[in-house]
Design a protein around this ligand. Structure first.
Ligand code: SF4
Length: 150
């Protein structure tokens, strides 16, 4: 019962930290606006302090110079914490096959859900958040820690 309640509470109150660096961040904005209304799932409390967030959404291209900052921000988030990689740039470098661009943020932070697309549509990101929520509850029900790689 306790595990279920904990999973339910965590899954329904994720506070996202948008690590937006490029065009994908614009799509992120739409899911917290009234049309998509992420507040219905308790995840509308956008925080720009890692100490107040448990869901990092990386939206945009990450260049090598920015990688240490991304890692540091992730490390400053308290457990349990999750990461969504939004769009092909964050997930694979996208069409930036260049020496200075990270070819996927999973080289430095553990990614829980990847959202495909360039940019992913808001429904895609919404779906990722709902899947993550389901997974958090499922893991809690199995008595596992929810904040590790899925
Ligand atoms: S995936 Fe596409 S939309 Fe997103 S940051 Fe890269 S180029 Fe921009």
């Amino acid at each position: 019962m306790y595990d279920w309640a904990q999973g339910w509470a965590q899954g329904n109150s994720m506070w996202p930290l948008p690590f937006g660096t490029a065009c994908c961040a614009i799509e992120f904005m739409s899911i917290v606006s009234s049309h998509y209304d992420l507040a219905r799932h308790g995840a509308e409390v956008v925080r720009f302090s890692p100490r107040q967030a448990d869901l990092m959404i990386v939206a945009g291209t990450i260049v090598d110079k920015l990688a240490p900052t991304l890692k540091r921000v992730y490390e400053q988030m308290a457990e349990p914490k999750w990461v969504i990689s939004m769009g092909v740039c964050a997930s694979t470098g996208g069409f930036y096959r260049a020496y200075h661009v990270m070819q996927g943020i999973d080289e430095i932070v553990p990614v829980d859900v990847y959202v495909p697309g360039c940019p992913p549509n808001p429904e895609g990101l919404y779906y990722a958040i709902l899947k993550l929520r389901e997974e958090v509850l499922k893991r809690r029900m199995k008595g596992e820690e929810p904040g590790v790689d899925f």
